[in-house]
Design a binder for this molecule. Structure first.
Ligand SMILES: [Cu+2]
Length: 818
């Protein structure tokens, strides 16, 4: 009966964790509804902090491993690690964590072993020669062809080995014949996902359908007699028939999974992360510790303000210490990871930042810092803000946004490692599990103190609106995650690279304000291969045989007015067709197909028309069901849970699709698609996010997207829209084009519209899309997607398509081709 008991215990833990998550919405609100902000949830048995929360240890960036210089071993294992409570105190917990080892790729091949940590080292890798040519279409194609090819020219490589030393999951009683098959049956498998990477599973890694089995051998005759899994019960090393247990690792581990992850030079830069994606176990494994951060370098190529040479310059010069990549300003990499004690007592949770509770962040007055923030936990939302607290005279602490120097808390440069068109000024950011945001912050008044705070609810469906007035009813964003201490020093002033002074308050003189300078920045690109967000947003549905480009050219020709003579645009297109050995007609056809969000060519599988995705749940399971057309009601049947052997969706390289994500449950879900990025264009919500706001006068936002008013005189969002619950009480809101994403929140009873361009030639193969609340993913809310390239695997075709979208901008907007 022992094995049954163990199994039930495991099930019980999973059940408790699940139950805990579903009720903690209530817990969060109840705690925060009091008059006094609660500094921290004392669920990890960590020391409860008292206002003014100044006991935390100093903030420090995580440890980094440079993948350009090292090969990396991540050993997933049951191990103890520490969460630091203050300078003196650390508390020890058990978890499944990645123990990291880095071996230099060049002589002398030194090996560095990192201490066990809840947040393993952040893996950094360069994209050293990004291809940015502004001027000429032809040059750009050559540049991309020369520098982005996987074969023939250098690419960035992450040489990474995943080793699975996790304990076996369930042990049969008595002596087990130690065959490979038996051990794999008993083992707790794992794998690794490079979250946000845009690269095919066919290119050397990031295949979540892989199951890496445990490398741990139970001792001969092992019979579990306790409810514990003592690590000493298991012997390291895989087993080969004939090996005496314990000596079985003599010839090395048998269950290593080695990846040579090839990153094309055209890959985007930013903050990514990696985590276990072992379906049915991913929630437990990530809660226990199996996730970490990753950085692809080169963000300064997207936003020149970050560039050490072309970006803003402090005056006088400021020394920037040893950082993983060099920017014009100091960077802070902030990894929030919900810790839940699933291996030990079970269920307890807290939200350490880089393994520290309430770390103390220092910034100089007026100093600009680049904060790269990720929620790399399993299930919990963050909605971060900078707040300070004042007393109302009756002992109550009233929170308010800090708004340093009278400007917003954050300037968003990138979301999910994709750059927004222009910096988005905001006081708070919603970070569902798996999301990242990269922001500029500016230091406030000398010698002031304020806090990085968040709600810690699991489900922000009802009130995730980012325009919460601080202190207003419903604002329970009152858990202190970090404290910001502004140094008592002179204010840092900045100049542009050209030497223009940037004004800040009364201290820094200048004509242009720092605030305006930041807000007027523009991203050089949002993505190196995908259409610009504006182009993608402007596309409409069309079928085969569309001839809009030809029509467009006719109107230009009319403008020229001379019969038999081509206008400048037509001539340039003809030249382009000649250069790439295409007929003029096939170029026009290509441009036409580039205008469509639904595939209009013969290569598209009929399944690509299934574009309505219903998120439903029941009986403790979570379902995702795809339809070709909008349904009059959510599917009445339960739907199907994930099946690793079923292909749910097929798309072809070149397709551009519009997906309607229908959340027919009352709880929130979090959509994520592997390898691909998407644009969010519209939401239908059960509540009006712009209630009381006036178009033309006020700005209304949803999830940091500006809502484009339906009618400047009347309303932002159109009322009367049909909701998943069948009522017509919804509000349809158009979102201003911003940038690509790989994660988006789906509030309860809502519909979110996204556009996915399948135009990246490096992305084919089978991968998944799913809810990134991992408890939901484990319980079924995931699909397999197959992307094929039936035309060819030639890069040139796709580059032409990429260029086609660029040409389209010139056709749609009346300005000459370069
Ligand atoms: Cu979900």
């Amino acid at each position: 009966m022992n094995h049954l008991f163990l199994f039930l215990r495991r099930v019980l833990i999973v059940f408790l964790v699940g139950t805990f998550i579903s009720v903690s919405t209530f817990t969060g609100q109840a705690v925060a509804d009091g008059d006094t902000p609660i500094p921290f949830v004392d669920e990890c048995q960590l020391v409860t902090l008292e206002y003014p929360f100044d006991q935390g240890a100093d903030f420090s960036n995580p440890t980094f491993i440079d993948a350009d210089e090292n090969s990396i071993l991540l050993d997933a294992t049951l191990e103890s690690f520490e969460l630091q409570v203050d300078d003196e105190t650390a508390e020890s917990y058990d978890g499944y964590i990645y123990e990291a080892t880095a071996t230099e790729l060049q002589e002398p091949y030194d090996v560095e072993t990192f201490d066990p940590a809840y947040n393993p080292p952040v893996i950094t890798v360069s994209v050293p020669e990004p291809c940015f040519l502004e001027s000429d279409v032809g040059d750009r194609i050559v540049c991309l062809q020369e520098k982005s090819s996987i074969d023939g020219t250098p690419y960035s490589l992450i040489d990474l080995t995943l080793r699975n030393n996790l304990p076996v999951r369930v042990q049969l009683p008595g002596q087990i014949p130690q065959t490979k098959e038996n051990l794999e049956n008993q083992s707790q498998y794992t794998n690794i996902h490079y979250h946000g990477f845009n690269m095919s599973p066919l290119l050397g890694g990031d295949d979540v359908l892989v199951e890496v089995h445990s490398n741990v051998t139970p001792p001969v005759g092992f019979t579990p007699t306790t409810t514990e899994y003592p690590a000493s019960s298991f012997l390291p090393g895989g087993y080969y028939p004939g090996d005496p247990p314990g000596e079985s690792n003599k010839y090395g581990s048998i269950a290593d999974y080695h990846m040579g992850v090839k990153i094309p030079k055209v890959h985007q830069s930013g903050l990514f992360w990696y985590h276990s994606h072992a379906h049915s176990l991913s929630d437990t494994q990530v809660l226990a510790g199996l996730s970490g951060g990753m950085i692809i370098k080169g963000s300064n190529y997207y936003y020149t303000i970050l560039d050490p040479t072309d970006g803003i310059q402090p005056n006088p010069l400021q020394i920037i210490g040893n950082e993983p990549e060099r920017f014009s300003v100091r960077q802070k990499v902030m990894l929030f990871k919900q810790f839940t004690d699933v291996v030990g007592e079970g269920g307890k949770r807290c939200f350490p930042l880089n393994d520290k509770v309430n770390p103390q962040i220092t910034i100089k007055p007026g100093e600009v810092q680049f904060w790269r923030i990720a929620n790399i936990g399993a299930d919990h939302y963050l909605n971060i803000a900078l707040e300070s607290f004042t007393e109302d005279g009756q002992g109550n602490l009233i929170p308010s946004f800090v708004e340093p120097n009278g400007h917003p808390n954050f300037y968003i440069l990138a979301r999910d490692a994709d750059f927004v068109k222009q910096p988005v000024a905001t006081n708070s950011v919603l970070l569902p599990p798996a999301t990242r945001v990269e922001v500029l912050v500016v230091g406030g008044d000398p010698d002031s103190t304020y806090h990085l705070v968040s709600d810690l609810k699991t489900d922000l469906a009802g009130d995730e609106k980012d325009h919460w007035a601080s202190g207003a009813p419903g604002n329970d964003r009152s858990y202190v995650l970090a404290t910001v201490n502004v140094e008592d020093t002179d204010t840092v002033c900045y100049q542009t690279a050209a030497g223009g002074d940037l004004r800040l308050g009364a201290i820094c003189p200048g004509i242009q304000t720092l605030n305006n300078y930041i807000l007027n920045q523009e991203a050089v690109e949002s993505d190196k291969l995908l259409p610009t967000p504006d182009t993608l947003a402007s596309l409409s549905e069309c079928g085969p045989g569309s001839a809009r480009i030809a029509d467009l050219l006719k109107t230009y020709r009319k403008r020229v007015g001379k019969k038999g003579q081509d206008d400048e645009k037509t001539q340039q297109l003809k030249n382009l067709a000649k250069k790439y050995h295409m007929s003029f007609k096939s170029l026009l056809d290509l441009l036409d197909s580039s205008l469509c969000i639904t595939p209009g060519d013969a290569y598209s599988d009929p399944l690509t028309q299934k574009r309505y995705f219903y998120f439903t749940s029941g009986d403790g399971k979570f379902f995702l069901t795809a339809f070709n057309d909008e349904q009059s009601a959510p599917p009445s049947f339960q739907g199907q849970v994930y099946n690793g052997n079923r292909i749910d969706k097929i798309s072809a390289v070149g397709d551009i699709e519009e997906w309607h994500l229908v959340n027919a449950t009352t709880a929130a879900h979090v959509f994520h698609i592997h390898q691909l990025d998407f644009l969010v264009t519209e939401v239908i919500l059960p509540e009006d996010p712009c209630s009381g706001l006036l178009p033309g006068t006020d700005i209304c936002t949803y999830n940091n997207y500006r809502i484009v008013p339906e009618d400047y005189d009347l309303q932002f969002c159109q009322s009367g829209a049909e909701l998943p619950d069948g009522t017509s009480d919804g509000y349809r809101c158009q979102l201003e084009t911003q940038g690509y994403r790989d994660v988006i929140n789906l509030p309860g009873n809502s519909i979110t519209t996204i556009r996915i361009p399948f135009v990246n030639p490096f992305i084919t193969g089978i991968f998944v899309y799913h809810c990134h609340i991992l408890n939901h993913e484990d319980r079924g809310m995931m699909h397999n997607l197959k992307v094929a390239n039936p035309k060819s695997y030639k890069l040139e075709d796709m580059l032409t398509l990429k260029e086609a979208t660029r040409i389209l901008i010139d056709l749609i907007r009346p300005r000459p081709l370069p």
